[in-house]
Design a protein around this ligand. Sequence first.
Ligand code: FAD
Ligand code: SF4
Length: 328
Amino acid sequence: MTPVSYLRASSAADAIAKLASDGHRALGGGTNLVDLMRKGVEAPSVLVDVSGLPDAIEEAADGGMMIGAAARNSAVAAHPMIRTRYPMLARAILAGASTQIRNMATMGGNLLQRTRCLYFADAAGSRCNKRAPGSGCDARGGFVRYNAILGGSPACIAAHPSDMAVALVALDARVHLASAGGTRVVPLTEFYRLPGDTPELETVLEPGEMIVAIELPPSELAARSAYRKVRDRASYAFALVSVAAGIVLDGDRIVDVRLGLGGVAPKPWRAVKAEAALRGELATPQAFAAAAAAELADAAPLPGNAFKVALAQRTLVAVLTELSGVRA
Ligand SMILES: Cc1cc2nc3c(=O)[nH]c(=O)nc-3n(C[C@H](O)[C@H](O)[C@H](O)COP(=O)(O)OP(=O)(O)OC[C@H]3O[C@@H](n4cnc5c(N)ncnc54)[C@H](O)[C@@H]3O)c2cc1C
Ligand code: SF4
């Protein structure tokens, strides 16, 4: 690890001023960034510790909630209003990492954690277009069990690793950003970029810009919602496939539905095709299966992760069946 300086931000304005210089990076809980610095993947010259900035979890004037970017993952998952109003978010957070990591990890850091593609982390031995643009991609032809089947490009098929972000895209969350140039609010569905031919650009975050808060709009869907994660081990493993779902029913008819998929794409994947196929339909196993097939129709797996297509479809159907109380 190369020498690095450490500065502690005393306020958002102080952090923004410090992050304006080249090589300065925000430090949340450090559970991802420091790990990647040890591996030689990340090499900031100055760490600006933002973990002491606002971490409040509060009701917003419109009935939604505002969560400070420095709020710890465990505090958000345990918050009574998150647990009752946004249960899929609490469950998604608790499905990730371990208690110790969730106690350290911040909301901002969780959203900006890097992919777990094995070749990305292997700075000494593997080619990776995300780490070194134009160098090639050793995942193709390699071990792709955890890589993407939707939204990838010839340059990169890394999967986004965050469980929490999958629930947040399904909840229509927005991120509040700040920089020396001002503030802006971006829907999380527009915050992440697909790799295209610039896989090193993962979000729309500008240099020197930071996440200051996450906004959850009020949501009728959130009350009848779920998060299910399928993984190789019962705990402490990233998702092969995950599903965040919220549904509003009028009798047996689907009035509204929001669906997020994890483990299958370079960003937390909002399943808009499945949602469109389900709105207004009767909640039946056939409708769920048709919607899941529509969403996965564009999947482009490799032999090593082709199993994810059927796994994602089955998991979507299972979660929708459970949420709507329909007999399979
Ligand atoms: C063994 C292990 C298992 C894990 N399993 C899972 C899992 O199953 N599911 C899952 O979702 N996650 C998992 N994780 C990842 C974990 O959730 C992340 O490491 C954590 O959420 C990152 O948060 P942090 O605050 O520590 O981020 P940091 O490591 O501090 O930062 C991560 C990135 O975010 C940037 N950043 C931090 N805060 C801000 C801000 N406010 N504004 C702008 N940029 C910011 C940093 O510069 C850095 O680029 C696992 C991690 C480990 C080590
Ligand atoms: S899939 Fe993406 S992150 Fe993985 S090696 Fe290829 S370019 Fe790098």
